[in-house]
Design a protein around this ligand. Sequence first.
Ligand code: ASP
Length: 314
Amino acid sequence: MSGTAIPSNSRGGQHLSALIVHGGCGNVTPEQEASKNHGARQAADAGLSVLHQGGSAVDAVAAAVRALEDNPVFNAGTGSVLTLYGDVEMDASLMRSDLECGAVAAVRGIRHPIDLARSVMEVTDHVLLVGAGAEHFAQILGVESYDPVTPERRARWKEVRALMEAGDLSADELEHWKRISQYAARYLGAEEKLYSTVGAVAVDDQGALAAGTSTGGIWFKLPGRVGDTPIIGAGTYATEHGAVSSTGHGEGIIKLCLAQRAVSYMREGTAREAVARAVEEATGHGVECGLIGVDARGGVGFAFNTPAMPTAQG
Ligand code: ASP
């Protein structure tokens, strides 16, 4: 499924600022639908208000992703899903059209991974900090420690973990590590398999573009597992031609360099055409995914090959 939007705010025929957010592809239950759509709308409005006040695309994307991270309905920041051992390990990345970028992976105990990714971009010479190193970096910056685990996610983890233990998960988990995701999938609902990663892309009045993505990853992932979200070119990508944020099966998205692929199609095509083409190619490889994109002319598009992907734009 794919779609597009006419940018709402044109300034003298110059650059057209625009923004779109996603709340993750997958299945969405009827009970979840309204709160996810509402949360996406609120986040898009937070980003749009930055753009409308003359703010930059990267500020708008960060504001939108922060709003999504704060909303426990989504799997990013507060409300992130838990690993096999019951911890939250979060991934996030941010990129600007001048190719500056930053990312964090498998980071614990912070509220806004997107802000830490931005700090990696702005105050280090690196692109990606992981695990203990990323947490140490947060401490040095004075980022307050914060527990993103919600009671709902903890209760669900306990429930499914007990089913796994009663079922196929032997005491020697190592011997089953290759099959953990199959075990978890057996007990998780269809709507929990891919779960509510978040992202935003924007172009501002100066013609600068930005993309950002944030996630708790996938339920019952192995500790240390890193998906596409913090991988520049897979989960997030931006150039002077366009900006894209991905969601879906991280391992498959990494192999296809999906965000970079979609942005490369914006040299000639619109955001709408580019994300539709990239998702079609992913479908050909059997990769479940969704993309949002914005092109340098202010065109916005989204596409996904799962039953649903909440989005909001303006
Ligand atoms: N892409 C995320 C990951 O693999 C999951 C998702 O988008 O739902 O970590």
